[in-house]
Design a protein around this ligand. Structure first.
Ligand code: LHQ
Length: 257
């Protein structure tokens, strides 16, 4: 199985599982990941996701052995398999944590960056490997990178295709933070668990608001926030949050979407 799915009550762990190839992506794997994302979305009990990789790497991007003789049209067509994954992760109404357990290269780097909160082991790294083989960053890299780290750093990362240590990625604001390698999975699980106990509908609306901010004017965004706030306030978790605050106790969010 190229994607492992583990149900942990409130959240699910999805593990890219081709460790002998540093979890390089294939069409079959993209299909399995898409199925797992769809299943998570359809299950109201699944309130967060954790994405990670098996073995010493997170994901080495497209499996290059699988495209050795591919025509340019086939290369383009392959992205029709990968793009829906990025769209789906960004549009999922639940938070997605990524635990980058080793090198994240090419499409693998951008798959990680599409997640909501990215943790990385201290020895992990990110490489926009595309230019090394004469390709262009894909899977949202040219959109995500300049927004995360600014144009100057995005251009150098994309054109030089040099590995960026996870620590630097965190300093630059490309990811949330690094943790010692041996603590990565426990930290990521604790984070997913915490998010899964959160006000799920509001967390989904927060994703929407931040995404929309990239295309809205301040004026438009203020209106959008007002509408989302009304929607959040209609959810029982808002009433519970208020009650808990006033009673000076921790909230117990039901997480209805
Ligand atoms: C791999 C791969 C790999 C196959 C390591 N494929 N075997 C493009 C085209 C079309 C549509 C879709 O999207 C894309 C987007 C892309 O993602 S293009 C970019 C593809 N990725 C790369 O160019 C990265 C290639 N890999 C590397 O540069 C290195 O392997 C990195 C820096 C990731 C890791 O280096 P090391 O830690 O030194 O490991 P390694 O190179 O020894 O790799 C371990 C094994 O995994 C090795 O196999 P072997 O049989 O020798 O043990 C590699 O051949 C294999 N592997 N990446 N992408």
């Amino acid at each position: 199985m190229t994607i492992l799915v583990e149900n942990r009550g409130g959240y699910r762990v999805l593990t890219l599982n081709r460790p002998e190839r540093l979890n390089a992506l294939t069409v079959e794997m993209a299909g399995a990941l898409m199925e797992a994302l769809d299943a998570a979305e359809a299950d109201p009990k699944c309130r967060a996701l954790l994405l990670t990789g098996a073995g010493r790497g997170f994901c080495a991007g497209q499996d290059l052995t699988a495209i050795a003789n591919a025509s340019p049209a086939r290369i383009g067509a392959l992205l029709e398999q990968y793009n829906p994954l990025i769209r789906k992760i960004c549009a999922l109404p639940i938070p997605v944590v990524c635990a980058v357990n080793g090198i994240a290269a090419g499409a693998g780097a951008n798959l990680a960056l599409a997640c909501d909160i990215v943790l990385a082991g201290r020895s992990a790294g990110f490489v926009q490997a595309f230019a090394k083989i004469g390709l262009v960053p894909d899977c949202g890299g040219t959109w995500l990178l300049p927004r995360l780290v600014g144009q100057a750093r995005a251009r150098a990362l994309a054109m030089l295709a040099e590995p960026l240590p996870a620590e630097t990625a965190a300093e630059w604001g490309m990811i949330w933070r690094t943790v010692p390698d041996e603590e990565l999975i426990a930290e990521a699980e604790a984070l997913a668990d915490r998010l899964a106990a959160g006000p799920t509908a509001a967390l989904g609306l927060i994703k929407q608001a931040l995404d929309q901010s990239t295309i809205n004017s301040l004026d438009g965004q203020l209106d959008f926030e007002r509408d989302l706030q009304e929607e959040a306030a209609e959810n029982a978790d808002f009433a519970e949050g208020l009650r808990a605050f006033l009673a000076k106790r921790p909230p117990k969010f039901a997480g209805g979407r």
